[in-house]
Design a protein around this ligand. Structure first.
Ligand SMILES: Cc1cc2nc3c(=O)[nH]c(=O)nc-3n(C[C@H](O)[C@H](O)[C@H](O)COP(=O)(O)OP(=O)(O)OC[C@H]3O[C@@H](n4cnc5c(N)ncnc54)[C@H](O)[C@@H]3O)c2cc1C
Length: 399
């Protein structure tokens, strides 16, 4: 096994589970990823395999039918899965965020209703904040829910960039609810929207127009979502009360950032593996290219980044698991892991010479996938804003 990305202090159970996932990745994901990705085909057999392993319920407590594992275990599994194919980790990511939000913020009724079926993968979650006009500036959302005299809500507006927007049958969606609160942040609410999986009108007043055609991150569907007078009730508000949606979403994003960091770690490790392998096969000027110091140094730099990102990601996950706020660490981990991932992938691409540009080589796919990590769950510059602000709070000069 690779000497990189080893994690100290794991229990026997965690070690076993991660080994199982690694074997699944080597046997069931890596051999088919390239072909499925080129066809932009949904990896149904892989998803079925993950359902059987209980991956969809990894962090859902045992009382609701899940495995009750920690964020760290989850992140280490995601790291392995992303090493095989980043899109597969995308399929579980939004599901995991929604399950986490229901667990942390849902009413007992919502937990009883959703979590057991989410644990088996029967209900699959998508997470929706972004709109055509805004992503980073969450408070600028326009999709609105209005309560009628009959006590029912009506949701109208357009959402954008829903990972798993077509395949999911539950969407946690952030909308404006002008209930007269003094702050814009308290005028936002998360609704749990049940829908059919698929495209077209998938619930009353809820349309998924089709898949967005992307440069990478293929296989997993990314969609728009249009609400046109979707009728719903208080019972579908996460936690039962309006006005808490922004904070609930930010909590979800915080664990999502650890998850994106884990994906960056997995993709970077794969890029390193591909680079170090190619460098020992290709010959130029009478020797293997790995024996040219420039290539060896490039590999060394890549490995340092692979290792550093993993350590930072593990730290962020452990902090959340210990019950502490981890916004700073999650922001740092996401920022570092996604930037390093891009750089390691670029370096591996260069090691491959012209062949890196050929679709016959896996690195070509990684090269199109890595940029997504710089954007999703908050862009790199948004992470820098979060990190900077937290540190200025922490290091505030005493008057
Ligand atoms: C493949 C994919 C999947 C996605 N999946 C989901 C999903 O499942 N659910 C969901 O809700 N969203 C999803 N998103 C949306 C994603 O979260 C947003 O794209 C992201 O938050 C950036 O928002 P934006 O695209 O509107 O860019 P903008 O917010 O318009 O930003 C544009 C540029 O301006 C910079 N910028 C913006 N504000 C500032 C500032 N204050 N200071 C400095 N720089 C700034 C940004 O860093 C960026 O470089 C997905 C996106 C992609 C590409």
């Amino acid at each position: 096994m690779s000497r990189l990305q080893q994690t100290d202090g794991l229990t026997e159970e965690q070690t076993e589970l991660i080994k199982l996932v690694r074997e699944f990745v080597d046997e069931q994901i890596i051999p088919v990823a390239m072909e499925l990705e080129h066809k932009d085909e949904y990896p149904q057999a892989i998803v079925d395999g993950m359902k059987e392993m209980g991956i969809f319920g990894l962090m859902i407590p045992e009382e609701y039918g899940g495995l009750g594992e920690s964020l760290l275990t989850y992140a280490l599994c995601v790291e392995e899965i992303a090493r095989g194919w980043m899109s597969v980790s995308g399929i579980i990511n939004t599901h995991f965020i929604v399950a986490y939000m229901v667990l942390q913020h849902g009413t007992e009724e919502q937990k009883q209703h959703y979590l057991p079926k989410m644990a088996t993968g029967e209900i699959r979650g998508a997470f929706s904040m972004s709109e055509p006009g805004c992503g980073s500036d969450v408070a600028a959302i326009k999709t609105k829910a209005v309560k009628g005299d009959d006590g029912e809500w009506s949701i109208t507006g357009q959402k954008m960039w829903l990972t798993n927007g077509g395949s999911a049958n539950l969407v946690a969606v952030l909308v404006k609810t002008d209930t007269g609160a003094d702050s814009v942040y308290k005028n936002m609410t998360t609704f749990l929207v049940d829908k059919e999986s698929g495209f077209g009108e998938t619930a009353q007043g809820v349309t998924v127009p089709g898949k967005i055609d992307k440069m990478g991150y293929k296989g997993v569907d990314t969609t728009e979502l249009i609400f046109d007078g979707h009728r719903t009730t208080d019972a579908q508000i996460l936690g039962g009360e309006p006005g808490k949606g922004f904070y609930q979403m930010m909590d979800g994003v915080e664990v999502g950032r650890v998850n994106v960091a884990a994906r960056g770690c997995g993709v970077a490790r794969r890029a390193f593996e591909l680079g170090v392998s190619y460098a020992q096969q290709r010959e130029t000027f009478g020797k293997k290219i790995v024996d040219h110091q420039a290539v060896l140094f490039r590999l060394a730099d890549m490995a340092v980044k692979v290792e550093a990102a993993h350590e930072m990601m593990v730290k962020a996950a452990r902090k959340k698991d210990s019950g502490q706020r981890n916004d700073l660490e999650a922001g740092m981990a996401k920022y570092l892991a996604s930037e390093y991932c891009s750089q390691v992938v670029e370096d591996s691409f260069r090691i491959h010479g012209g062949y890196g540009y050929s679709k016959e080589y896996e690195i070509e796919r990684l090269y199109r996938e890595a940029p997504m990590l710089l954007i999703g769950e908050g862009t790199a510059d948004i992470q820098r804003m979060i990190i900077g602000r937290r540190l200025v709070e922490d290091y505030k000069l005493k008057a």
